[in-house]
Design a protein around this ligand. Structure first.
Ligand SMILES: O=C(O)CCC(=O)C(=O)O
Ligand SMILES: [Fe+2]
Length: 257
């Protein structure tokens, strides 16, 4: 929540700002029966409207069915997530995936959970083992908490895909469609540098819209938008100080099977 709700009783000794000088109005406001002056009422209602606008702008956006929660994670939660992800990458190192066409993707990635997302000449798939061998580490508790709060406490995700965008990295328009059950949304968490999300349609082609995702923003891609094409055109390298070496991390949590 941001800003002070002007409809809340400010408490003894706290000023109402410019309007607070008019004691009969303050008394009326807190219910002692005096008649407030019009100027004071107008000011309180203007503040209330501004407060609501600000709160709406800060809490939620909708972009072609994607639910975007700007600034969902504060700085401390972002830093704690990065610590957990460092531990994941220490056990399951980032690798450069190859597309089925044999081209190196510009993002580096790894995963946590029962499955990791891998790609290669045989196509895109989920695998229980890291390409270097061995299981994927557990999904960090801080990531699971976001899923439970925003998606479901009934079932945890099977995979948390971790994408790292260094300078110049991007991700072309695609659908997330390697999962068995599209009734489960994909939960996306952005950390570090700003990334320009592009959102298209449920079928290939057509118009697109773009939105800059910032560190701490969370997106829920579900419902009718579960198969909507999306990608990341570019990042603003160095725009955030969260990651010491710069770059952007995006986490996507998915129910796989
Ligand atoms: O980096 C992002 O914001 C999106 C990543 C994504 O679409 C994916 O990993 O499938
Ligand atoms: Fe995706």
């Amino acid at each position: 929540m941001t800003g002070r709700d002007p409809f809340r009783h400010p408490g003894p000794g706290l000023s109402f700002g410019a309007a607070g000088d008019c004691w009969p109005c303050v008394e009326a406001y807190i219910g002692r029966g005096a008649t407030p002056c019009k100027r004071w009422l107008a000011m309180v209602f203007a503040q209330k409207a501004g407060f609501l606008r600000e709160r709406t702008a800060m809490t939620e956006l909708e972009l072609r069915g994607f639910r975007i929660l700007p600034g969902y994670l504060d700085g401390a939660r972002q830093a704690a997530l990065v610590d957990g992800l460092r531990a994941v990458a220490a056990k399951a190192p980032l690798f450069t995936p190859m597309t089925p066409m044999g081209r190196a993707m510009s993002v580096r990635m790894t995963s946590a959970g029962r499955y990791g997302w891998v790609s290669g000449s045989s196509g895109y798939r989920y695998d229980a083992a890291h390409p270097g061998g061995g299981p994927w580490p557990d999904i960090p508790g801080g990531v699971l908490q976001i899923w439970r709060d925003l998606v479901s406490a009934r079932r945890d995700p099977d995979c948390c895909l971790i994408n790292y965008y260094g300078e110049g990295a991007r991700m072309g328009l695609h659908q997330d469609r390697d999962e068995a059950d599209f009734s489960w949304p994909v939960l996306s968490i952005s950390l570090g540098d700003d990334g320009l999300l592009r959102v298209g349609n449920t079928a290939r082609g057509g118009s697109t819209v773009s939105h800059w995702l910032r560190s701490g923003d969370v997106v829920v891609m579900g419902g009718d938008a579960r198969l909507t094409y999306h990608g990341v055109d570019r990042i603003r390298f160095g725009s955030s100080s969260l990651l010491s070496g710069g770059g952007r991390i995006n986490l996507t949590c998915r129910v796989v099977d």
